[in-house]
Design a protein around this ligand. Sequence first.
Ligand code: S3P
Length: 449
Amino acid sequence: MPSLVSHPKSALIGSAQIPGDKSISHRALMLSALAVGKSRISGLLEGEDVLATASAMRLMGATLDQLGDGNWQVQGVGVGGLTTPDDIMDMGNSGTSTRLLMGLIASHDITVTLTGDASLRGRPMRRVTDPLSKMGASFEARDGAYLPLTIKGTSMPLPLDYTPPMASAQVKSALLLAGLNTSGITRVREKTATRDHTERMLSAMGADIHVEDQDDERVISLVGQPELKPITLDVPGDISSSAFLMVAASLVPNSDVMLKRVGMNPLRTGIIGALRAMGADIRLLNERDLGGEPVADIRVCGSQLQAVTSLPVDPSTMIDEFPVLFCAAATAKGTSRFTGLSELRVKESDRLSVMAAGLKANGVDVTEFEDGLEIKGFAGPVPGGGTVETFLDHRIAMAFAVLGQMADAPITIEDASPIQTSFPSFINLMKALGAGLELVDETGTVHKA
Ligand code: S3P
């Protein structure tokens, strides 16, 4: 369990290739495993979360070949072709794998037991087990709501018309994936639109799927039991991973960083609007389409950020970017206030309380509410010098690694290993741009990343 020490070193200068989008990578493996024929995927994120999805799909009968350097070949089993695995499936830290796979399993006549690490075992599953039960699947969950959990899918699933009570792409996608092997039309009504990678990919694979904006809801309708065509897909860079470098380059004076080929799905780009509202210098270049998803290169230059009290974007379009935005607010001029964020309490960690604790440990004045934080900015470097507990949350670790670049004394992140779940090359990329980061083992020995 190495810790990570972060401190200012120099301006961040250069360009970086951001690894593949995590959400798209999960969906690419799951859906190509259900296609009829061979799919080719390049640029796949090979972080622990996506590899957990790959292992799960193999255990359920698909053939997935990792060819090296993000290139994969997947031989699908066809919709309805999944088989009962001969072992329990350990999903590690990955909520997306767990919830989406529950959807897939629900409409197959198979029984699967899922577990995960301490973080995942603490995350609520009723949001998917409730609607999937209505389709006919049955669940045996610890305390009725948590992993470990056994799901018994049904051979006669009923199509559902469902409005999730919270904005969640995972819940929506779980229901659409369950709808794939369900005869009739599965409908999900969203009060707030969430990332639509599942819809885009299903459409590209030939499924009969329609998205309509009606009054105050977005209605997604999927006709069940399609024959999915295999895909050839180049996965765009992950905007959520890019956010750490975007904030780092904004905070460190005189920085000039170019991030290449980053996904620009409009339901994911809230962080750009939020940072621009704080005065960040962010330019989009070379905007184009990559296999059904928009992408662009992002140029970010250092600038003094200003506090923000009302974000000009919907929180669901940047739900994973709040930890690093809170760090940006700590260096901004003025007091920022963020509300309407109670979903952050059920992510890989309780991101409101864990961020508040980490910021306080580094000298920042923070007030925590039920659904948000108020953060007094320093109009420059934070005091730093504190140690941050990450609670198995990759985004907490990376957010404080960024803040350490704008701190008077080094910030220590007590466990850097969660970074492997979504952005294994983070430390190397940051160091190559000029960041001061060192991995330190239990004996105090400093390691090259
Ligand atoms: C994801 C959806 C979001 C996000 C997660 C990935 C997805 O979760 O936080 O990192 O790929 O569908 P919720 O659906 O819980 O908001």
